[in-house]
Structure formats: C-alpha cells, structure tokens
Design a protein around this ligand. Structure first.
Ligand SMILES: [Zn+2]
Length: 619
C-alpha cells in the first residue's frame, strides 16, 4: 500500500477548522501553508487506500474496471501517438473514437474522430486504482504508459495539428499525468505534463469559449466548434497545487468561463438551457477549484447556484439529467416531453462522474447532507446499472428513460464514457466517507471500511448493510484506545418521519433529522456498534410540473421502474401500495389500472428487459 503521511491529521486535531487536513486529494503538506490554495475545505476526502469496498456492486464495478484497463494492451493504447510521431507503432488499432482513421462525423479533414482522447483517463483510473490497491503491476503499467506517451511528445505537440478537440483531449491527458504523479508517484509525469502544457496553447483559443461563441467564429473548418475549453481549469488548478508552478495558475484563470457562464450563474441567472450537459456540469468543478485555489466566492456561488438549477430544472427522478446531452428551457415541460422523443436520456458514466465530483466538492465546502442525497440517487439509479466495459471497448453510454426503454450498448467503441467509468469506480473510495477536524462523515451506505488516526489513536469503522434493499445499517467501530470523535451520519431527506439511531442497542438522545447529518460525539470504545434504521416510504415524483401524471415510483434512493413492453398506467394510490420484495434483492409488485400485476425493478437490477422509468397515473 502507498504510505500516507498522517501528520496533517494529527496537526488538524489541535488546530482550527481552517488548518485542516491533507489527504490524497489535498496533498500531504497543507496547501494553505504552502500558499498554494486560499481555502481549506471543512471536509476532506480520505486517501484512496484508506477506504476499502467490501462485496457489493460498487466493489464489483471497481474490480471489473481495474482489471479491464490493467490488461489493455499498451501498444494499442500508445499506437495513435506513435503513428503521428513517426515512431514504430505496433499493435492493433483500438477502434471506435480512439483511432486516427475509420471514424468521421461530418468531415474528413481531421485525424479520425478524437484519436487518443481517453488515454489520459485510463492512466488516471489506473493511478487511482493503484492508490486503492497498491498493486505493483498497476504501478509499472502506469510508468510504462507515461514514459511511452512522453516519447511521442515533441516540443510543438504536433499531435494536435488539425485535431478536432484539442482542449478536450489535453484536459484528459492533464488529468492522467497529474494523477500518475500524485497517486502512483510516477517520476516523469509532471515533466511531461509541463512540456505538453507549454505546447498546447498554440492550439487553443484565447479564452474559454461557449458553444455560441464557437459557432460564431469564422473558421476554415470545424475546429473550435464544440471543444470544451471551459473544463480545463479544474485540472490546471490541481497541477498548480501539485507542482507550485505559476504557469498552471495563469492558464487555469484564463480558461474560467466567466463572461458567459460563471458570472451569470453567480448572479442567479439560469444560463444552462441549450448548453452541452456533461461538460457544463464538469465545468462546475472548475469553479470549485477557483474557489479553493483563489478564494473566489463568486465561483463558489456559481457552482452552488448552477447545481441547484441543475437539480430543480434539468433532473429526472434518477438524478440523471440532460436528454440528448443538452439542457432544456425550464418551465416548458422539456423533460417530460423528452420521454416520448429520445432514448438518450442521460449520458451515464460521464454524467455520474461529473455529478460525483461536484457533489463531493460542495459537500466538502458546505457539509450539507443534501449533496450526499443527490450523489446516492445518481449512484443507485444510473451508474450502478451500467453494463461493464467489454474487452473490445464496447461501452454503456446512455440511460434510457423513454416511455418504453431498454439498455443498449453504444455504437462506437471506446467512447468518452469508457474513460470516466473507471475513474468514477475508483472514486467510490473517496465518496463514502469524509474527514473533518473532529471526526468522520458517513456519506454513503455501502459495505465498506475506513481507517484513520487521530491524536495517537488508530480508528476504523466498518459498515455492514444490504442498503438500499434493506433500511438497516450497522457501523462497527474499532479503536486502539478509547477516543473522542464525532461520527456524522447522513440522514436522507426522504427518511421521514422518524429515523432511529442506536448505539450499542440504546437509542441516542441527539436529534436525528432527515436531510441533515446526525452528529454522535462520544468517547468511542473498541467494539462499539451504531445501528441506523431509515424509514423508506414509497413516494411518487412527477417528471416535471407540466406532466403531473407522468411519475416515477421511489423507495428510499431507488427509482422502481416498471418492467413492461409498453408503458403501464396506474391509479396513484394503488401504485403507492406496491408490495416490497420478499427477499433482499427481489422485485416489487404493483397493480396497474387494468388490474394486472406489474413487476417494479430498480435500474441496477435491470438487464435486457424493457422497462418504463416513468409511468402514467390517474387519481
Ligand atoms: Zn460519456
């Protein structure tokens, strides 16, 4: 396992909340002390390796992705870069989005579609997986990939001549290289990153361009028409924090999409409509890094407001958003209308990855349980139902919420979603628990454990649960000595009316209020047990106000979808009397308006059967 420096935790214990805490995402020596960031967030992520997933769907997805990319042929991954560099380029083509030839949208003036676009994401995912597992096989693969990529990089980064989306691919390479450095201690990654960054400017516009600005620019071909310059700052700010080099800071500031996006969002103007969905949610994380690195309150406001607009005006009951990858106009009924118009309801691995990042940032800053509620909706209703990436790059891409929907594979191999899926599966480890100066936040309920140290005590917490198929969660504490800490437990907003928390069999005196973190301050002893029981009433959520009779049935965080060849209709009250499964991971059952029983099943349990995420109700 990678060794983690715990002195910052010790330091934090005796210091003010602002002096908090390093982890692998806020590196070992406090960046505020080094003057590299302006704001230490009240909550920090744990180092990847301090959290373990136990048997369950999250662990399965992490293991599958780690395995898939650990065994993906390196010559194939490096081939396009070697081809352009004129180096020997053995190995088969990857196929799909990844190659220099063979796929083209409207024009042929570009090399392939987005050759090599996801290389950086695969390196990033492997680096995070190494931080989780300590697998030397994984680390040496990262080292070979980084070295191999560096050999293809010339001082002018000629790979990007006539390249369709230079910012898009640079952003992913940037992420892969800084993660290889940060999580796998790769010796060459930051030097390569700097060479690439110095060269890439020649291929980028002078500032972050909105889609409208890109379209309005006269250009000999389609360059700049839909590149994503506005997502660059997040990784550039991180590169600055990890290297201390002003080059990255200046470039990060330059590509903040202030004039057309963050300024209006900060002022409460909803400028989401018609923007590309995933990349503009991803841009919220750039705003959060502007807040953390520069102390810019405006950017924090922009991210908070933007996320609220996303939830209130663009989101399905599953937590997914952006049918056909675009935001619609609030109040027009566009979400409900989309159910009859498209099967491309939510770009799932990418959207979930972006959603996890922004909710994690906002949770770290605000300690607001609502962001955890939002994260788990997306977890259980979208990404955990994604099919695993196949050895040939065939990938799951869109979730389908159409009147009658199906899971399908995406038509092109190695798309964007093959890059974000393994990154997100590794990020499960940094999303379940967060660290505060006085204890630990339990954000997600899933079989797992976490360890930490505080003022000379070694502590661990293990979760045992079948959640969300059961409403009970047990937390087992181990402690090297009796030790005072606060264990904060997220009580979801839907867990009404009376969630209960017991410690060692006795109900606690503290308030346990849905929609907040319950705070349990104790001197904890080895073997202490916390038992949580969350009420999970069935409830209905309309797709939007214009379609009050198109509803999703929910229990706890789960949307229960109707397994049917044709969208069924229900009486609302009878749908709310759906019968729970007899066994842990079984099906719910409801009686439709015409009296036939309908199986109701959560997205993560659906395979090839057709289903309706939303059903019609009367009454
Ligand atoms: Zn995608």
């Amino acid at each position: 396992m990678p060794r983690i420096d715990r002195r910052t935790f010790l330091k934090a214990a005796g210091a003010s909340a602002t002096a908090l805490v390093a982890s692998s995402s806020l590196p070992a020596v406090s960046e505020t002390e080094k003057g590299l960031i302006a704001v230490s967030t009240p909550l920090a992520t744990f180092p990847y390796g301090d959290v373990q997933l136990h048997e369950g769907p999250m662990k399965r997805q992490f293991d599958e992705n780690h395995e898939r990319f650990l065994h993906l042929d390196e010559d194939r991954l490096l081939k396009v870069f070697r081809q352009v560099a004129g180096l020997p380029a053995p190995g088969e083509d990857m196929g799909g989005w990844y190659d220099l030839t063979g796929f083209s949208l409207e024009r042929n003036s570009f090399r392939g579609f987005i050759a090599g676009h996801s290389f950086g994401q695969y390196v990033s995912a492997l680096a995070r997986a190494y931080a989780v597992t300590g697998s030397e096989e994984t680390r040496s693969k990262i080292n070979r990939l980084v070295k191999g990529y560096g050999e293809t990089l010339d001082p002018k980064a000629r790979f990007f001549v006539d390249y369709r989306l230079p910012a898009y691919t640079y952003d992913k390479l940037s992420c892969g290289l800084i993660d290889a450095h940060e999580y796998a201690q790769d010796p060459m990654a930051m030097e390569i990153h700097e060479r690439l960054t110095r060269a890439i400017g020649a291929y980028l516009p002078e500032k972050a361009l909105s889609r409208a600005e890109q379209r309005s620019r006269p250009h000999k071909d389609t360059a700049y028409t839909w590149d994503e310059t506005y997502t660059l700052p997040e990784n550039l700010f991180l590169a600055y924090q990890r290297s201390g080099k002003p080059l990255y800071l200046e470039m990060a500031k330059k590509y903040l999409e202030d004039d057309t996006y963050f300024n209006p969002l900060a002022e409460g103007n909803n400028v989401l409509p018609f923007e590309h969905a995933y990349s503009h949610v991803n841009a919220f994380s750039s705003a959060m890094q502007a807040y953390i690195t520069l102390g810019s309150e405006k950017h924090l406001r922009a991210a908070r407001n933007g996320f609220e607009m996303l939830e209130k005006t663009q989101s399905f009951a599953t937590g997914g958003w952006g049918p056909n990858e675009a935001f619609g106009e609030p109040g027009t009924g566009q979400l409900g209308d989309s159910l009859a118009l498209t099967h491309a309801s939510f770009e799932t691995p990418c959207g979930a990855y972006g959603h996890f990042k922004i909710t994690r940032y906002l949770l770290r800053v605000t300690k607001d349980a609502h962001y955890g509620d939002s994260m788990e909706r997306v977890l259980y209703n979208t990404i955990l139902g994604a099919w695993p990436i196949q050895p040939d790059g065939t990938s799951f891409y869109y979730s389908d919420y159409a009147d009658t929907g199906r899971k399908v594979w995406y038509g092109q191999k190695w798309p964007c979603c093959s890059g974000t899926f393994p990154q997100l599966a590794a990020d499960y480890h940094v999303s379940i628990y967060l660290r505060s100066h006085d204890g630990i936040y339990v954000n997600l309920f899933t079989p797992s454990s976490v360890r930490w140290s505080d003022r000379g005590a070694n502590l661990a917490l293990t979760q045992v649960t079948q959640y969300p198929f059961d409403n009970k969660i047990e937390l087992h504490i181990s402690a090297s000595q009796p030790h005072e800490q606060v264990v904060y437990i997220r009580i979801p907003a839907w867990a009404a009316p009376s969630p209960t928390v017991m410690i060692n069999g006795r109900q606690i005196q503290e308030t346990v209020e849905p929609g907040t973190f319950a705070a349990l301050r104790r001197s904890w002893n080895d073997g202490d047990r916390i038992q949580i029981e969350l009420p999970m009433p069935l409830r209905l959520e309309a797709v939007d106000v214009n379609h009050p009779n198109l509803v999703a049935l929910l229990q706890g965080p789960l949307v229960l979808m109707a397994v049917a060849e044709k969208q069924p209709a229900f009486d609302a009250q009878s749908l709310l009397r759906a019968r729970p499964p007899a066994n842990a991971a079984g099906d719910w059952s409801a009686i439709s308006a015409d009296g036939t029983p309908v199986t109701m099943r959560p997205f993560l349990s659906i395979d090839k059967e057709s289903y309706s995420a939303y059903v019609k109700v009367s009454g």
